[in-house]
Design a protein around this ligand. Structure first.
Ligand code: ACO
Length: 330
């Protein structure tokens, strides 16, 4: 079977990471934990945390400006901004609209996608769809996450796992030689309460009592999430590879969602991809939810890990539950 031809190209990427580097030992200020536990269970050594007054939209604006500048595209040439976040700066309107105003992308329609850690790959497929259908010429696909704002800093089972950051990509229709080759996305809403925030929406509105109980912050059933993540990412890799007409042997590099080194290793093993072909930065940044893949992609392009001609497989998993995978030709 021959590989399908990509209609949409990734023209450029950009990233932003907050300056503040927080070590595992630094976290002992908040919770009873230690470096050895965090390293062996998760592979995380440090994470970046945003300033309290730093907004998800501002982080997105920095990543987006870099991506647009590298593409040589002015903000007012962007037709659509699709922004993934599980940590919007406010509930209404979207963080995408705040980003649009910050970068003066005056012609663009702008909206948020909420698919937790899977959001950026979902958003990439939406951008691909607008371009392939001829409804847009230039699409900015961004993920921005201020996880530190929704973490319970008294819960050692979650607060040690996450970090803040943002990544962006500019998409355009290509000549068929490189770009998005295939994708697969799925969800299972029956398992919503494995990773969730109990209150803060219309169903369970915030009250002072619920805030005092920290019900507005993130809760996770770690073991169940772990099992589902490995199973789902393996399925997503299979499906995306099959749709691309490829096998794991054809893949030059894998960029998995950076949640946890053990999930990454299990997924790579299942997909038949050796760890020396897997891009890992969870040690430096922790889990940046949907920003983890675009940040890793930008780093891999910048440091030369991705070279022209390479085939790259990306796979993700997150709250929802949601999961997916995408194959790119560079
Ligand atoms: N420091 C020290 N000890 C800890 C910590 C910590 N930070 N957290 C938990 N422990 C303790 C627990 O209290 C428990 O102690 P006990 O036996 O005395 O009760 C012990 O460590 C074992 O706890 P478990 O929860 O059973 O540990 P487990 O081996 O399952 O590892 C972990 C926990 C790392 C969270 C694991 O379940 C995991 O990786 N899950 C996936 C989480 C994840 O990646 N989520 C995000 C994916 S989806 C997304 O990206 C949004």
């Amino acid at each position: 079977m021959s590989m399908s031809s990509p209609a949409v190209e990734i023209v450029s990427t950009g990233r932003y990471l907050p300056d503040r580097i927080v070590t595992n030992d630094d976290l002992r200020e908040f919770v009873d934990t230690n470096d050895e536990w965090i390293r062996t269970r998760t592979g995380i050594v440090t994470r970046r945390l945003a300033r309290e007054d730093e907004l998800a939209a501002e982080m997105a604006a920095t990543a987006s400006r870099i991506a647009l500048e590298r593409a040589g595209i002015a903000p007012d040439e962007v037709d659509a901004i699709i922004l993934s976040t599980a940590t919007p700066d406010r509930l209404l309107p979207s963080t995408a609209c705040d980003l649009q105003a910050l970068i003066a992308a005056d012609r663009a329609m702008a909206f948020d996608v909420q698919a937790a850690c899977s959001g950026w790959l979902y958003a990439m497929s939406m951008g691909e769809g607008y371009l392939a259908a001829g409804r847009a010429e230039t699409v900015l696909v961004v993920a921005t996450e201020k996880m530190s704002a929704i973490l319970d800093w008294t819960d050692r089972t979650t607060c040690v796992l996450f970090g803040d950051g943002s990544g962006a990509a500019v998409l355009k229709r290509g000549d068929g030689s490189k770009g998005i080759v295939s994708s697969f996305h799925a969800s299972d809403g029956r398992l919503a309460e494995l990773l969730w925030r109990k209150s803060g929406g219309a169903k369970v509105p915030l009250t002072p009592e619920r805030v005092a109980e920290r019900e507005h912050l993130m809760l996770m059933s770690g073991r169940e999430i772990f099992k589902n993540a490995v199973r789902s990412m393996a399925q997503a890799c299979d499906e995306a590879l099959e749709r691309a007409g490829l096998t794991g042997d054809d893949i030059d590099l894998m960029i998995p969602h950076q949640a946890n080194i053990r999930i990454i290793e299990s997924t790579a093993k299942y997909a038949g991809i050796p760890m020396d072909k897997v891009y890992v930065n969870v040690d430096r940044y922790g889990n940046m939810s949907s920003a983890s893949i675009p940040v890793a992609l930008d780093e891999a392009l910048e440091d030369g890990t991705i070279e022209s001609g390479m085939k790259v497989l990306s796979a993700t998993f997150g709250a929802g539950l949601t999961w997916g995978a995408m194959v790119w030709q560079f």
